[in-house]
Design a protein around this ligand. Structure first.
Ligand code: CUA
Length: 353
């Protein structure tokens, strides 16, 4: 490389570094700059204490690391430009300087202090989030990660559902946090709804917990955040945050047994005479399997296949015909039903309001 092109390269580098500088502001901007419908997964727009504390810590760490980055790279750029080889330089070695107590003490003590500050801030956030007291009226939910779907059990309300978690809104006037006990039915998974809380793992034979107190009603999306096998990517989370009245209405309808709708007995017979009931529960029938999602109120859910497909008659039929087609590697087998039996099974499942 000739000297002028080296200078040009340094100039380009400096310019791109300067252009990237404004990105640092991202970390410090107030959440409302990123205001978007609650459906997003924006980590910069937290709407729950847990997510907010993590975002504050992340911004703090990013600011410190960013400052160090720019100081170090600034010095490198200055050294490259000021002390570059010039025409007419003699090739003599520059004066060598050894040992400066002040400089060595400074570059040891300053990083140690920075690490202590970062460590203590992180520890404070962790303890603040983990030691959260459970107020009266907190909702208890047991979340169980399974390949590849989520089971949600509300032990005090007697509700079992899948993939779509319903919780009440928790505003400052009426705090109503939800405490989640996290378990795994098979391998390690991770519960992550970015706008509500940081990732917490669900580990076999270990009980973990996390909590959320979403401040705005709406739908919050999340994702299993720990690789757990073929369909890890389609192990989606949906958290429906509802007003207290809406949540109570939802809970009341979930507690009811399946409605025995007229005209779907053929489909119900298909359900009860195939292997469906080994894995699925429909309360009020002989199906009480626990391996797959509880279907008692299947139609109250907006998606099937752990959020992978919308819950429409067509998609449901395609799913039953060949689960493998929509979610390769899925553990639900195709039941090899002919068209007539498939249609009546879809009609029966559609009646499970
Ligand atoms: Cu469950 Cu990844």
């Amino acid at each position: 490389m000739t000297v002028p092109s080296r200078v040009a390269a340094v100039r380009i580098l400096t310019r791109s570094a300067l252009r990237a500088l404004p990105l640092l502001w991202l970390a410090a901007l107030p959440a409302d700059v990123f205001a978007e419908p609650t459906t997003g997964t924006n980590i910069f727009a937290p709407l729950s204490t847990h997510a907010e504390a993590i975002q504050r810590l992340a911004a703090f760490v990013l600011w410190i690391s960013g400052a160090i980055f720019f100081i170090v790279f600034g010095l490198i750029v200055v050294a490259l430009v000021r002390f570059r080889r010039r025409p007419g330089d003699d090739d003599a070695e520059p004066p060598q300087i050894y040992g400066s107590r002040q400089v060595e003490v400074a570059w040891t003590v300053v990083p140690v202090l920075i690490v202590i500050v970062l460590g203590m801030t992180t520890a404070r956030t962790i303890f603040q989030l983990q030691d959260r007291p459970r107020p009266e009226g907190a909702l208890e939910v047991i979340a169980i990660g399974r390949q590849w779907w989520w089971e949600f059990r509300y032990p005090k309300l007697g509700i079992v559902t899948a993939n779509e978690l319903h919780v009440p809104v928790s505003d400052t006037a009426h705090p109503a946090p939800t405490f989640l006990t996290l378990l795994s039915g098979d391998v390690a998974h991770s519960f992550w709804v970015p706008r509500l809380a940081g990732k917490t793992d669900l580990i076999p034979n270990k009980v973990n917990s996390t909590w959320i107190d979403p401040r705005q009603p709406g739908l919050y999306l999340g994702q299993c955040a720990e690789y757990c096998g073929t369909q890890h990517a389609k192990m989606l989370l949906r958290v429906y945050v509802q007003t207290r009245e809406d949540f109570n209405k939802w809970a009341a309808s979930q507690r009811e047994a399946a409605v025995a709708a007229a005209g779907v007995t053929a489909g119900r017979r298909v359900f009860e005479t195939t292997a469906c009931l080994n894995c699925h529960t429909v309360r009020g029938t002989i199906g009480n399997g626990r391996y797959g999602p509880d279907l008692t109120h299947l139609m109250s859910r907006e998606t099937i296949a752990a959020g992978a497909v919308p819950n429409t008659p067509l998609a449901l039929r395609a799913w039953l015909k060949s689960p493998e087609h929509l979610k390769p590697g899925v553990l639900m087998p195709a039941m090899q039903l002919d068209d007539a039996r498939l249609d009546s099974l879809v009609a029966y499942l559609r009646s499970l309001q």
